[in-house]
Design a binder for this molecule. Structure first.
Ligand code: ADP
Length: 415
């Protein structure tokens, strides 16, 4: 089957076309045929398109909204000049898989989309006002442009974490607030943590139930996940993606009193504080320079910038704290896996996170660490390291495509 995987953000659409099927999944022979990214939707949009094995095409085109973005993508896919292997008309797209950020307690697995599921995703908007509306726009546009005959599947960022016990997901606030409003930790990046667990299992030739690892997704958004017996038992993001690790523009854990304090001292409204916590904090807020880890590392090494160093040090210390915390609640772990733009590419940050953890049995191999970058996968710890350390480049799109096939064929499974 040719699966169109769609990931709609508030002003962007990412897509991939992946050829997969139950047999191809089994043999790990599914393959990406094309991909693309449309950003700045709503104005002059920047578009990057690529047929696998061919050079990238970059364009700037005005794109009004998500529907127009999808229309543009579909026209490109079937255009005679594009020539994607085995695809000449829309009939060659057999199903669509959507990333949906919040599934709350309603959706604990990927699911075939019907009217009831759309209503369910709408019901979760309160919990993810920035993300779910964009995801819904993608679903409705795909249904309109491809017709109701093409099955669509929703794959939720929260689903993998639905196995967390109450002791992990409840906040210590009055219990009625959980009952009344479902205020609890949901966690995000679930598809990424699930992929990391899946690849770890493959790399080590073990069963799902034998996966005991701490997975670290460090990108623009960052989260840690404690995976025990193959299930997420705790994760650092919470009701929203604001909690936990230091991220590009989000600060992660902090004292909630800061909100009231700021309101009084700076006269900021709740909306302004929310925007500050989501968009002006984290690495950007600390450094005053950038949310981009690559640039921060360059500022530190080339200009000895104090605030860049501080931002990086606080980022690494927070990850370290979560590693320690998760080792404690899991009563030990077999491995730590790094993923995401930072986790996959920055040997320097991985080193700074792991240094000092030797007493816990974590010993990096400097050479392996420095050469496992740019999309490479593998072990980066020394043989004597009690806890192994891996780099596992994540691939959420692949899991979305596979889940889509499984839901369409009515053989859904957790991972
Ligand atoms: P998103 O969460 O938006 O998918 P990515 O996973 O692509 O983001 O991660 C983006 C982050 O990865 C940015 O902070 C970027 O600077 C960082 N990054 C990418 N390459 C490197 C590198 N070589 N060194 C340090 N940081 C890097």
């Amino acid at each position: 089957m040719n699966i169109l995987v769609i990931n709609c953000g508030s002003s962007s659409v990412k897509f991939q076309i992946i050829r997969t099927d139950l047999e191809l999944i089994e043999k790990n022979e599914d393959r990406r045929l094309a991909s693309g990214y449309l950003e700045r939707i709503g104005s002059q949009s920047l578009i990057t398109l690529q047929v696998e094995g061919q050079p990238k095409i970059k364009q700037a085109v005005p794109i009004r909204d998500h529907r127009a973005a999808l229309d543009y993508i579909l026209r490109w896919i079937v255009s005679p000049e594009t020539k994607i292997n085995g695809i000449s008309s829309l009939a060659d797209i057999h199903a669509v898989g959507h990333r949906v950020v919040h599934g709350a307690e309603k959706f604990t697995m990927s699911t075939l989309i019907n009217d009831e599921v759309i209503e369910g995703i709408e019901d979760c908007i309160d919990l993810a006002p920035l993300h779910n509306p964009a995801n819904l726009k993608g679903i409705l546009a795909a249904r309109e442009l491809l017709g109701p005959g093409v099955p669509q599947v929703a794959v939720f960022d929260t689903a993998f974490h639905s196995t967390m016990p109450e002791t992990s997901y409840l906040y210590a606030i009055p219990y009625q607030l959980y009952r009344r409003h479902k205020i609890r930790r949901y966690g995000f990046h679930g598809t990424s943590h699930r992929y990391i667990a899946y690849r770890y299992r493959q790399l080590n030739g073990i069963e799902r139930e034998q996966v005991n690892i701490i997975s670290l997704h460090l990108g623009n958004g960052c989260s840690a996940c404690a995976i025990q017996n193959g299930e997420s038992i705790d994760t650092s993001m919470g009701l929203t993606p604001l909690e936990g690790l230091v991220m590009g523009t989000r600060g992660g854990d902090m004292d909630p009193s800061i909100i009231e304090f700021l309101h009084h001292k700076e006269g900021m409204t709740l909306n302004e504080i929310d925007a500050m916590l989501n968009k002006q904090s984290g690495l950007l807020g600390l450094s005053g320079l950038t949310n981009d880890m690559r640039d921060l590392v360059a500022e530190e090494t080339e200009h000895n910038d104090r605030r860049a160093r501080l931002a990086i040090d606080i980022f690494c210390r927070r990850v370290k704290k979560y590693i320690g915390a998760y080792i404690a609640i899991m009563a030990g772990t077999d491995a730590i896996a790094f993923a995401g733009g930072i986790g996959e590419n920055s040997a320097e940050i991985r080193k700074r996170i792991c240094v000092g953890l030797e007493t816990l049995g974590i010993i990096l191999d400097e050479k392996l660490n420095s050469t496992t970058v740019g999309g490479k996968e593998g072990l980066i710890s020394k043989p004597e390291s009690k806890i192994k350390v891996f780099v596992i480049p994540t691939n959420e799109e692949l899991l979305i495509a596979r889940d889509t096939v499984r839901c369409v064929k009515n053989v859904p499974r957790r991972w």
